[in-house]
Design a binder for this molecule. Structure first.
Ligand SMILES: *Cc1c(COP(=O)(O)O)cnc(C)c1O
Length: 358
């Protein structure tokens, strides 16, 4: 049989998630933390790395990591934790678990694209709800959609990607109250935000909070975690493949969590840089930038002779890689997203952008 005969039509119709080759570029497209660890930490980490038993399977429960999360990441002690190979894997497990024939997944649009992609992979319906012009939740439309479609799970990225804002807690509370299914608050950007649902995750029976170490400085190790009532985590955990968190990730994550203050102070530096970058963008001709609670900034370009895609291409020619969102959603026409880098990287980006947009 050929792929055309064997593979599901909806999968053959998909475009694979595109990750551009970034070698040689100033990489400001993927919300990575630009800072590495101080040298003494690297030395200490390497020491433990040499001791790892790579010939053995990892601890299937990831106990070293979950203990460190309770101890150092403010996870409430009476909540349960499930570890994922990145939070992408956790999104996949949640959607698989609720994938009954008539189930649907809901999330605002625009938001993190994986919610919809993974729903599609699992042949689960997806309902996107609109945002207002200021990127706040359109509460009336969302409540109406909840009533009409009874989603099995609602994903709310808090702060939202790619818009960068935190939704209002009053709106989120109203959604949690209206929803019969799960509400998952995705706090990928918690380190750069001013609020978190993690301490209050057990206050609502259908609430789960998801985090990842990716954006705070460990994108390379792939570790996400999901927190909530034991009864939910117990069911979801049945779908997790054994040993999904490898030996090196478990070791590195627990080591990093013991030194979480280092990552958090890097996040503080990035928040200061974010403020400066927002000012610079605001003062760049033909640019409109939006405030952000995350480690990236969404901005639009309106140039008399250059399209936003031209600007994106010309930045690339100058070895600067950011994300072009134009065309991905009507609310994102003429929009680009830049990750906050080091002050030097941000300056190089601004200099290049101004040279292009003059
Ligand atoms: C980046 C991102 C993720 C994915 O995180 P990983 O742990 O690297 O898989 C999840 N949610 C949002 C909103 C993100 O922006």
């Amino acid at each position: 049989m050929t792929p055309a005969q064997l593979i599901r039509d909806d999968i053959r119709a998909l475009q694979a998630y595109h990750v551009p080759d970034a070698s040689g570029y100033i990489k400001l497209d993927a919300m990575e933390n630009p800072y590495r660890w101080p040298e003494h930490l690297v030395g200490e980490w390497q020491h433990g790395l040499a001791e790892l038993a790579l010939n053995l399977y990892p601890d299937a429960s990831g106990k070293m990591v979950t203990d460190a999360l309770y101890q150092h990441a403010k996870v409430p002690t009476d909540a349960a934790i499930m570890l994922g190979n990145g939070s992408d894997e956790l999104i996949q497990l949640i959607i698989q678990a609720v994938a009954k024939p008539d189930a649907c997944i809901m999330a605002p649009e625009p938001s993190f694209v994986m919610y919809q992609m993974i729903a599609t992979f699992n042949q689960v319906g997806f309902v996107g709800t609109p945002l207002n012009d200021d990127f706040s939740l359109n509460l009336a439309a969302t409540l109406e959609a909840i009533e009409a479609t009874q989603p099995a799970a609602i994903f709310l990225a808090y702060p939202n990607n790619p818009t960068g804002n935190q939704f209002s807690t009053a709106d989120i509370e109203a959604i949690i109250q209206a929803a019969d299914g799960l509400v998952i608050i995705d706090e990928a950007y918690y380190a750069f935000a001013s609020d978190s649902y993690l301490p209050r995750v057990l206050q609502h029976p259908n609430l789960l909070v998801m985090r990842t170490l990716s954006k705070v400085g460990l994108a390379g190790i792939r570790l996400g975690f999901l927190v909530g009532d034991t009864a939910w985590i117990h069911e979801l955990d049945k779908l997790r493949l054994p040993y999904n968190i490898n030996v090196m990730t478990q070791y590195t994550a627990q080591f990093a969590l013991q030194h979480i203050a280092v990552l958090e102070s890097q996040a503080e530096q990035l928040k200061i840089a974010r403020g400066m970058l927002l000012d610079e963008l605001t003062n760049t001709p033909h640019c409109t930038a939006y405030p952000s609670d995350a480690n990236f900034i969404l901005f639009a370009t309106q140039h008399p002779s250059l399209t936003t895609r031209d600007v994106h291409e010309q930045l690339k020619e100058r070895q600067i890689l950011i994300k072009c969102l134009d065309g991905s959603h009507p609310a994102l026409n003429n929009m680009l997203r830049v990750t906050v880098g080091t002050p030097e990287q941000n300056q190089q980006f601004i200099d290049a952008l101004r040279a292009i947009l003059q």
